[in-house]
Design a protein around this ligand. Structure first.
Ligand code: DX5
Ligand code: ZN
Length: 221
């Protein structure tokens, strides 16, 4: 299975985001991972749809928008219209609202012709995503608690990746995208891939590297 590399622009220089996005493409990345934080679901605030709209014309790479926000349904329109190619929403942000909120949000994303995915935090079991798997183009397993780049990889999440890969295979979708996010570097990427992940998000390991393209290659393995 082809390994896709998704640099997280959270670790880029926010005063030069255009250059960072161009660097992703020139460096051989497959997606641009955009971390949207609202200061409530997670502590920090990063950026919104306006940023996605501004970087959209600067690259042909798909924009992978990771929403770490409360009430994600209210924001889908803005990110879809800004040009997101895939939008992922957290199970934890939806579960407290209603039983069907995650499903409804995924359907709303799709209604804009945008790919959709569901995300779980490190302390949430993989089983929580099983019911929505048929609705998702991708699932995202967090390997750190969201909010900050540069945290240490939590290896205990790896069996969840294997469980989701096994279920995807059972469902006749062996090529389903399973993304992992947090603490991915040259040491942890092979563990994630061995467990069944095929989309690797990396912030500090790429934007902190002396040679971005070489670091992308190294992660790809
Ligand atoms: C964490 C974000 C991640 C983060 C990854 O809240 O969702 O995408 O930027 O950064 P690294 O690769 O440095 O852990
Ligand atoms: Zn992310």
């Amino acid at each position: 299975m082809r390994i896709k590399i998704a640099p997280s622009i959270l670790s880029a220089d926010f005063s030069a985001m255009g250059a960072a996005v161009k660097r992703c493409e020139a460096g051989g990345a497959d997606l641009v991972h955009c971390d949207v934080m609202d200061g409530s679901f997670v502590g920090p605030i990063t950026f919104g749809g306006q940023m996605v709209k501004s970087i959209r014309p600067l690259t042909k790479l798909p924009l992978d928008v990771h929403l770490m926000i409360e009430h994600p349904k209210t924001q889908i329109k803005f990110f879809a219209e800004a040009g997101a190619d895939i939008i992922t929403v957290h199970y934890e942000a939806c579960a407290g609202i209603s039983e069907s909120y995650l499903e409804e949000t995924l359907a709303l994303i799709r209604s804009y012709g945008v790919k959709c995915g569901a995300v779980i935090n490190p302390d949430v079991p993989a089983e929580k995503l099983f019911p929505v798997l048929p609705l998702c183009d991708m699932v995202l397993v967090m390997s750190v608690f969201p909010g900050y780049g540069g945290q240490k990889f939590i290896p205990e999440v790896l069996p969840k990746i294997s469980a989701l890969r096994a279920l995807a295979e059972l469902a006749g979708r062996p090529d389903m995208d399973i993304e992992i996010d947090g603490g991915i570097n040259a040491q942890t990427a092979p563990l994630a891939v061995a467990a069944g992940a095929n989309v690797l998000v990396a912030g500090s390991a790429l934007f902190g590297a002396p040679d971005f393209a070489a670091a992308v290659k190294e992660l790809r393995g």
